[in-house]
Write a protein that binds this ligand. Structure first.
Ligand code: AQP
Length: 325
């Protein structure tokens, strides 16, 4: 039997190259090795302000982009969190064994509370408890994520341990898997690339827009003039070159940037061309998929059906252990 893998993505905006390099590429890589469940976590996305009229489009968008990027629905299960009510049921149970102090330490909660001062709601605070329920409902053993989510998976291990000790052994302690690009910085070079910060390149960005965004992106800030030598080690765009450009180009840029033989504009043009080349097949597939919502609905319904069955079985076990039957 294959081990179970669980991971999720929020329909909170355009899926971007940070999501892709930090998580989605790894999901695709691991698809044959594990029994993979990929969840569009809409209940997480509503912890920040959003437009209800936009949500359905975003859910379809998240499904289509991920499939276009390589998540073959024949090989994995793709579903929407709110289609399986047991996620919130198990989250409630986990709320009763999660110390408030642990949640107060969560970096994402602190960051999002600063970002959304007018809406610091209880859902934002208990987000990692719901995330733990997402994983453990299916007894997920591995969780491929970006670096920003590591603290949450650590907490999910603690909650699993605590439940098992208090009520009896049911849950595995999930382990995170990080990609080679666990933290992609935004085009401002200062903050993590994020859907909600608008500092990203989407996975289905047009070639014109990719160039427009790259042309104003921050590079090595110490390089003021074209004739100044640059330092690729601290240039955010050089990190992107490492993921999109060809080996010889990366090696050359690493040398000629330091000697000022290449300027930032030329360097950005090379990156832009390579990014367009890499992302074009994803864009084309996405455009085909997004037009066929019936097929997307079918994929998501099939996924939810399988997940509801598994979730129901786990909840029976949980309730028996807790004396709730
Ligand atoms: N910048 C990033 N670099 C590497 N990995 C990243 N991930 C997100 N941003 C980066 C990883 O992508 C997966 C899906 O992310 P998510 O949708 O759950 O939400 P997030 O982590 O909060 O991502 P965003 O884009 O920053 O969304 P918003 O702005 O809505 O909060 C996760 O595995 C994540 O680690």
């Amino acid at each position: 039997m294959k081990k179970r893998l669980f991971s999720g993505i929020q329909p909170s905006g355009d899926v971007h190259i940070g999501n892709y390099l930090g998580a989605i590429k790894n999901w695709v890589r691991l698809i044959d090795q594990y029994d993979c469940l990929f969840c569009i976590v809409d209940y997480h996305a509503i912890t920040i302000e959003y437009d209800p009229k936009e949500m359905q489009r975003r859910i379809f968008n998240a499904a289509a982009v991920n499939i276009a990027a390589g998540l073959d629905p024949e090989k994995c299960t793709i579903f929407v969190q709110s289609h399986v009510p047991e996620h919130t049921e198990l989250a409630w149970i986990f709320n009763t064994i999660t110390p408030i102090g642990h949640l107060e330490r969560m970096t994402q909660f602190k960051d999002k509370s600063k970002q959304h001062r007018e809406n610091i709601n209880a859902g934002l605070f208990t987000y990692p408890v719901l995330q733990t329920a997402d994983i453990l409902l299916y007894k997920g053993e591995v969780v491929p994520i970006g670096e920003d989510q590591v603290q949450h998976v650590e907490l999910s291990r603690e909650i699993a341990r605590k439940f098992n000790m208090r009520y009896g052994e049911i849950f595995p302690e999930p382990q995170e898997i990080l990609s080679e690009a666990p933290r992609i910085m935004g085009l401002d070079g200062k903050t993590k690339m994020s859907k909600s910060l608008g500092n990203y390149i989407s996975l289905v960005e047009s070639p014109e827009s990719i160039w427009k965004k790259l042309s104003t992106a921050v590079t090595d800030e110490n390089r003021k003039r074209r004739t100044d030598p640059g330092n690729p080690d601290i240039c955010n765009l050089f990190t992107l070159h490492k993921h999109f450009s060809k080996k010889e180009q990366i090696e050359r840029i690493n040398i000629v940037c330091r000697t000022a033989e290449i300027g930032c504009i030329e360097c950005k043009k090379i990156l832009s061309e390579n990014m367009v080349e890499h992302l074009t097949p994803i864009c084309l597939k996405y455009e085909r998929l997004i037009k066929n919502t019936d097929s997307l609905v079918n994929i998501l319904q099939t996924g939810a059906k399988r997940c509801r069955r598994m979730a129901g079985e786990t909840m029976i076990e949980v309730k028996k252990k807790m004396g709730l039957v």
